[in-house]
Design a protein around this ligand. Structure first.
Ligand code: NAP
Length: 291
């Protein structure tokens, strides 16, 4: 029977790729994409009524206030969107007896561990964004029976401002860059994450899953690789500390996921980040040129 899949946050960086992937992978289902123009998840009654009216079978909830430093400066908005907004979506999901898929983040961890984070590790967020997303996870689990929670990290993709576009722009404009070298993680291409989300939906997975491209690096090494693969090796890159950068939100120094659960339950392992980046730079170049 034809199912209805609703993607909320469909015009965001991940959302655009995910809608395309779901259309291709699930041609017998109807995929509906909503974003802030169609639904404001901060408004409880409207959110519940709109979702109930559509009556989806699966709701993939990506909408969030994703500006990590912005969240630090506006805690009220961070919790209103990322926590309370998620509660409203989860309440609607519960009423429709649908399945909920919620996108969360590595920033639920403090980064004090020195080996890859398991889904069973205790969260301890360092910043407002991480705390608001963790509360979103808790609401999803409390309201939507057997929700699927996918934690992702260090995303870049064709449809949004991200670290890669920012490095290339700064390299063109200034010819010299300072990048932090004391945070470790796994840069992840939104296309690869979208494929993994689609696979997890097809496996009817439930519970928490960590998903990232494999291998790890610092932002500094990631930036250097972006420049090298773009033929801009001549640009000078200076490694700096997070303290020197002085961003409002503290970030975990170690954000590496153990993705074995994904492999065990679906057989899927994401390719190394450098391979994905190469692909992105090849196929995403046109859009970057437009910016
Ligand atoms: N980017 C990352 O590195 C990263 C890492 C880990 C996890 N995640 C999670 O992955 C998901 C997707 O991230 P992304 O980078 O694709 O984010 P994004 O590009 O910022 O997309 C989020 C979308 O949600 C919309 N939105 C914001 N407030 C809303 C509201 N009140 N009601 C309805 N829609 C609203 C945004 O609209 P506006 O643009 O108009 O605000 C935007 O289109 C998020 O849940 C995020 O927390 C992201």
């Amino acid at each position: 029977m034809k199912r209805v899949l609703l993607v909320i946050g469909a015009k965001g960086m991940l959302g655009r790729d995910l809608v395309t992937v779901l259309h291709a992978d699930l041609p017998d289902d109807e995929v509906v994409g909503w974003d802030i123009e169609e639904i404001d998840i901060q408004k409880k009654d409207e959110t519940v009524a709109q979702i109930e009216k559509l009556g989806p079978d699966i709701v993939v909830h990506l909408a969030a206030y994703t500006d990590v430093d912005g969240c630090e400066l506006d805690e009220g908005r961070a919790f209103a969107v990322n926590a309370e907004g998620t509660k409203h979506v989860a309440q609607a999901v519960s009423r429709c007896r649908a399945k909920m898929v919620y996108l969360s983040t590595d920033y639920v961890f403090d980064g004090n561990k020195r080996e890859p984070y398991l889904e069973s590790d205790s969260p301890h967020p360092l910043n407002v964004y991480g705390r608001s997303k963790l509360q979103g996870e808790q609401y999803a689990q409390a309201w939507a029976k057997e929700a699927l929670i996918i934690r992702a990290q260090w995303l870049y993709g064709k449809y949004g401002k991200n670290f890669v576009t920012s490095i290339l722009r700064q390299a063109r404009e200034k010819g010299i860059l300072s990048i932090v070298d004391d945070q470790i993680g796994s840069p992840t291409y939104t296309i690869d994450l979208a494929n993994a989300i689609s696979v997890l939906i097809q496996f009817d997975a439930r519970g928490i899953f960590h998903v990232a491209n494999s291998d790890l690096c610092t932002w500094y090494a990631f930036g250097q690789t972006v420049l090298k693969l773009s033929g801009m090796d001549e640009v000078r890159v200076i490694p700096i500390s997070s303290e020197e950068l002085g961003r409002p939100a503290v970030r975990p120094s170690y954000s590496v996921f153990n993705c074995q659960k994904l492999k065990r339950e679906t057989g899927l392992a994401l390719r190394p980040w450098s391979e994905a980046l190469r692909d992105y730079l090849r196929t995403g170049q046109e859009r970057q040129g437009e910016e």
